[in-house]
Ligand binder design. Structure first.
Ligand code: PLP
Length: 415
């Protein structure tokens, strides 16, 4: 990656690309930005090269090069981080080994005695990590219903070090008012960090950094990469001091994303906009079908969603994850097992459609008693919609519903 300007001297985040350098500062739209990359590669390669190396030689004993050790930095990772920073409106992005690794890096900002306010419908892995920290790290965690602003503000005090939000939540698809909560936290406890897990929507549909939150992180295993062929996490910030603290942990613990995975993720990001749009259109069709068939469906693309207006005040899209209830755990199990196009799998954001029962799969690590307290229905089915043909998806689901006895008559079965 030799070029006249070493990439370490470039700002971590490139200035927004404009159609004409020096021209009016009109930004390209996100669909353009995700595919447009500027690489300082000496051979002008169209695809960023994979620097599959652990070490870099120094020119002499005393001259440190731009890179020395891949744990600390690697040119492929730098290109990925700069590209993502541009898309996420961040001054700095860090790419790490997984979404949970991103959460772990963020959690290491905490000290014993610190209090964390987090949602009560959190991603299962986040819940598990917070539990570990409260058992072993002296961190006090308050799980509250983050759809209620007062439930969050009631817990704010001078020990509050972090407020952790997800919107929509998963699998209950609850929406929380990120801008208002962020403002209230900043007014009450200015040093508390607001961090948002934006995995469910991706930067295409929502960018919480624009609402003034301190940290946005995502599991890049989901939409950003899109093919379920790699694990990665990204952390995006606009504060250089905070970026340095987070980078310290990445370097100290060695969780930076490996060169090959950086390359795969860069490739995946290029199709993010088109994959996301297709998956979301499909999700809307599936959600409308299920609601029309009489099921209780949770999806922010449906006007029946209790926080429809709030969602659309923050987001540009409804995402591709929805959940519905059948009234019976047995029926739900049969539906999941009767589907064919819908693979039985945890996770989402993949080109393929997936079906799961959160209580038996992704959220099984949460104590059943806690699940009940948090009103997580045991019969809940989660659908993570992919980019297949929409009527194939609906037909397959219809067939599964019929097989499982969730639809009684042929008329319900015909389109
Ligand atoms: C998958 C996921 C994570 C964890 O990411 P991994 O890449 O699996 O470690 C965190 N938050 C949300 C909302 C997720 O969906």
């Amino acid at each position: 990656m030799s070029s006249s300007v070493p990439s370490s001297l470039l700002p971590p985040s490139p200035a927004p690309s404009t159609p004409r350098p020096g021209g009016p500062q009109r930004r390209y739209k996100l669909e353009t930005e995700v595919v447009y990359t500027e690489s300082p590669d000496q051979y002008r390669s169209s695809s960023v090269p994979i620097y599959q190396t652990a070490t870099f030689k120094q020119a002499s004993g005393s001259e440190m090069g731009e890179y020395d050790y891949t744990r600390s930095g690697n040119p492929t990772r730098t290109q990925l981080e700069r590209h993502l920073a541009k898309i996420m409106n961040a001054s700095r992005v860090l790419a790490v080994a997984s979404g949970m690794s991103a959460m772990d890096v963020i959690a290491r900002l905490l000290r014993p005695g610190d209090e964390v306010i987090a949602g009560d419908d959190l991603y299962g892995g986040t819940n598990r990590l917070l539990k570990y920290l409260s058992t072993n790290g002296g961190i006090i965690v308050h799980h509250v219903d983050t759809t209620s602003i007062s439930a969050v503000t009631e817990k704010l005090n001078d020990k509050t070090a972090m407020v952790l939000l997800e919107s929509p939540t998963n699998p209950l698809i609850k929406i929380c008012d990120i801008p208002t909560i962020t403002r209230l936290v900043k007014d009450t406890v200015p040093n508390a960090i607001v961090a948002v897990d934006n995995t469910m929507l991706s930067p295409i549909a929502q960018n919480p950094l624009d609402f003034g939150v301190d940290i946005v992180y995502e599991s890049a295993t989901k939409f950003l990469s899109g093919h379920h062929d790699l694990m990665a996490g990204v952390i995006a910030v606009n504060d250089e001091k905070l970026a340095e603290k987070l980078f310290f942990t990445v370097n100290a613990t060695g969780c930076g994303l490996a060169p090959f995975d950086c390359w795969l993720l860069l490739r995946g990001v290029k199709t993010l906009a088109i994959r996301y749009e297709k998956a979301q259109n499909n999700a809307q069709i599936v959600a409308e079908y299920l609601e029309g068939a009489g099921f209780k469906v949770r999806y922010p693309g449906l006007e029946s969603h209790p926080q429809y207006d709030l969602h659309w005040s923050m987001a540009r899209g409804a995402g591709a994850v929805l959940s519905f209830e059948t009234g019976s755990v047995d029926v739900s199990e049969r539906i999941v097992e009767s589907a064919r196009l819908w693979g039985i799998s945890v996770s989402f954001g993949c080109v393929n459609s997936l079906i799961s029962m959160p209580c038996k799969m992704s959220h099984a690590s949460i104590d059943p008693k806690v699940r009940a307290e948090r009103a997580l229905p045991e019969d809940l089915i989660r659908l993570c919609v992919g980019i297949e043909n929409a009527s194939d998806l609906v037909e397959d689901l219809k067939h599964a519903l019929f097989q499982a006895g969730a639809l009684k008559t042929d008329s319900e079965l015909s389109c």
